[in-house]
Design a binder for this molecule. Structure first.
Ligand SMILES: C[S@@+](CC[C@H](N)C(=O)[O-])C[C@H]1O[C@@H](n2cnc3c(N)ncnc32)[C@H](O)[C@@H]1O
Length: 220
């Protein structure tokens, strides 16, 4: 249940907490570990176009650009305030990337215009319907053979980590997080039309387990 009047949930649910997002993630969530792993598995090549859905403060966008400076990298987020933080961060790092305002389930991009769609910690902010629409939009903007790479909450392997995940559910909502913790994201990828859907890795954090997923847009 979202308490936000917006069609998206801000990074830490409440706008006044957004400034705390980067330190919180860095110190509690093994942020560098799982985001660098996601970038590695995406194997981005020079000249490719990469879209980060729900780019937040821009950390993943900057990691992608550092890993492959010749790639064109775009971050998209529904929250103008977090986009301002991301743009400031990119300017401080002197990195040339773009940040667009928009919603993951109604993307402002042409069909087949990206080689990679990445996303970190977005899907647990989306209702089932928004997840399905977001995946269909990701498929639409990906070129044939293009890939999606996602890091988000997944099933907990034991009761302790399942209990810890209740903290995330209390903050972010039970309805949006239920598909994640029930391990349904891979099925949703397949239902949207992705192939070769694989859970590539998991990363344990104090609040639960993050899973890394990938899928491919079949050749048309
Ligand atoms: C938990 S934060 C994750 C930010 C970043 N990807 C990271 O890993 O640090 C989720 C972000 O998704 C954005 N968001 C939520 N729903 C969205 C939607 N439907 N479309 C675009 N952005 C959305 C929020 O504004 C927020 O910045």
């Amino acid at each position: 249940m979202s308490q936000s009047p917006e069609p998206y949930v801000p990074a830490l649910k409440f706008r006044r907490l957004t400034a705390l997002y980067d330190p919180l993630l860095r110190w509690t969530m093994r942020e560098t570990t799982f985001k660098e792993q996601l970038v590695r598995q995406a194997a981005i090549a020079p000249g490719q176009r990469v879209l980060d859905l729900g780019s937040g403060t821009g950390t993943l966008v900057l990691l992608v650009k550092r890993s492959c400076p010749e790639a064109e990298v775009v971050g998209l987020d529904g929250d103008e305030a977090v986009l301002d933080l991301a743009r400031e961060k990119a300017a401080r790092s002197r990195v040339k990337v773009a940040f667009d305002h928009g919603l993951s389930f109604d993307l402002p991009y042409a069909d087949a215009s990206f080689d990679r769609v990445l996303s970190s910690l977005l899907f647990h902010h989306l209702t089932r319907d928004q997840k399905e629409r977001t995946l269909r939009e990701a498929l639409r903007v990906l070129r044939p053979e293009g890939e999606i790479h996602v890091a988000d909450w997944g099933p907990a392997p034991n009761p302790l980590l399942r209990a810890a995940f209740l903290l995330v559910q209390l903050l972010d909502g039970f309805d949006t997080t239920q598909d994640n913790v029930a391990g349904r994201l891979p099925k949703l990828f397949l239902a949207a039309g992705f192939v070769d859907v694989v859970r590539t890795a998991h990363v344990t954090t104090p609040f639960g387990v993050l899973e890394l997923l990938r899928g491919r847009n079949p050749a048309s």
